[in-house]
Design a binder for this molecule. Structure first.
Ligand code: COA
Length: 398
């Protein structure tokens, strides 16, 4: 087995052009906004423009990576999502074209609720181990949608995180031991006939804690680093208080000593972006990682534990070590601009967007140009989804 370190060579995230303050939903529902702001730990949620979806989010997240590192060594692109846009064709194939990747490349989509990006990352690491000259582009991308007036409504959101997996990574070297857990449970799912997810919120919280506990115990049996050897923890964050609940549970089962203040301090940097983006399903844990990297100085040599959970359910826990000099490879200013550049919408606008459904006939349904991103969904025609670079990008692209 090769001893070359393998891991995350570059990471970038993108979100939508629009944002809704959760106080707007609280006011409509007649409840105290503090329930959202502090009870579930969510302040805002990203809302897709009419020409944004998982493909445009994914391509926007990955574009800075391919522009920095080139395309020649990328022979695989994996898009992880639970917001599938087609039952057959992988979203990765559209993304492959938008990014201008070479034709000698495999493109595939992974699905398992909020977990699938972790599977993609592990598969990518194994592929790079087989041939360390190759790089794999892994993109987690999702739009979280629940019914209006449901308890899930304030835990919507949208975002994508793109990672270049390579040998001798500049940012995080993955460690080989992982802990796993799978159980067939109905805590969250989206049947084929629905465009909003179904969730039993309380069951999903219990299932998350149960799965993380069993994955942790498996990781320990497999020889993973113990609690005291880990400096930071990155959790899947369907809402940011879930990470706090999960970490308090982990402290208990690991029989570790940590006060509430210590739990909050170790988690806080990983919660900053998701509080503003909302739930981004598969992307959420990786946006948490970006938030941690962008908001803590001096992480060189620090070990991060990743606690990935996808309803249904699969959990995986693994660790990685931040590489010396990583800070010069971050994209902190671009990430801040993505969050700050969103346009706030009001409740009427949000409700109109939420009510919009996909046409089901074979006619032409162009999408208005709303996005501020580099790529747009141009509409549906003849039952085919159309994607293009935005005119500004087409003009400036060489
Ligand atoms: N000020 C501060 N906190 C308040 C509050 C107020 N005015 N009112 C309520 N809260 C707190 C509650 O005490 C509760 O905290 P606790 O969990 O520590 O007890 C929290 O806010 C949420 O209140 P709750 O009544 O449980 O909310 P809910 O029934 O609306 O459900 C979710 C919350 C997260 C379960 C729901 O949004 C959901 O189903 N989301 C989608 C599923 C999901 O995210 N699952 C997670 C696992 S993947």
């Amino acid at each position: 087995m090769s001893s070359t370190p393998i891991g995350i060579h570059d990471i970038s995230f993108a979100t939508t052009s629009l944002v809704l303050d959760l106080g707007v939903i609280a006011t409509r529902m007649g409840i105290d906004p503090q329930k959202y702001y502090s009870g579930i730990g969510q302040v805002e949620m990203s809302v897709p423009a009419r020409d944004e979806d998982i493909v445009t989010l994914a391509a926007n997240a990955a574009l800075p990576i391919v522009e920095r590192h080139g395309r020649d060594r990328i022979r695989t692109v994996i898009v992880a999502t639970e917001t599938g846009i087609d039952q057959s064709k992988a979203a990765a194939v559209y993304v492959h074209r938008l990014l201008g990747l070479g034709e000698n490349c495999r493109a595939v989509e992974f699905k398992q609720a909020c977990y699938s990006a972790t599977a993609a990352l592990q598969f990518a690491a194994a592929m790079v181990q087989r041939d360390p000259q190759q790089q794999v582009l892994v993109i987690a991308t999702d739009v979280a949608r629940y019914d209006l007036q449901s308890s899930g409504e304030p835990t919507q959101g949208a975002g994508a995180a793109a990672m270049l997996v390579a040998a001798d990574p500049a940012i995080i070297a993955l460690e080989p031991v992982t802990g796993l857990y799978t159980e067939d449970i109905m805590d969250f799912w989206r049947p084929n006939h629905r465009d909003t997810a179904l969730v039993d919120g309380k069951t999903s919280i219990r299932a998350y804690l149960h799965a993380i506990e069993h994955a942790w115990q498996d990781a320990q049996r497999q020889g993973a680093p113990g609690f005291e050897q880990i400096d930071y923890f990155c959790y899947h964050q369907p809402f940011t208080v879930m990470a706090v609940k999960a970490h308090r549970h982990l402290v208990k089962i690991a029989a570790a000593a940590a006060s509430s203040a210590q739990v909050d301090a170790v988690l806080e940097p990983s919660l900053i972006y998701n509080r503003q983006v909302g739930n981004s399903y598969t992307a959420s844990m990786y946006i948490a990682l970006v938030s941690l990297l962008d908001n803590v100085a001096q992480l060189d040599g620090k070990r991060i534990a990743f606690l990935s959970y996808g309803s249904g359910c699969v959990a995986e826990i693994f660790t990685g070590v931040v590489q010396p000099g990583y800070a010069s490879h971050l994209r902190t200013a671009a990430h801040a601009a993505a969050l700050q550049g969103r346009t706030a919408i009001d409740d009427a606008d949000y409700l109109a967007r939420h009510a919009q459904t996909q046409p089901t006939d074979a006619g032409a349904h162009p999408a208005p140009h709303e996005t501020t991103g580099h790529f747009r969904y141009a509409g549906l025609s003849g039952n085919k989804r159309l994607y293009e670079a935005t005119p500004a990008r087409s003009d400036s692209a060489s």
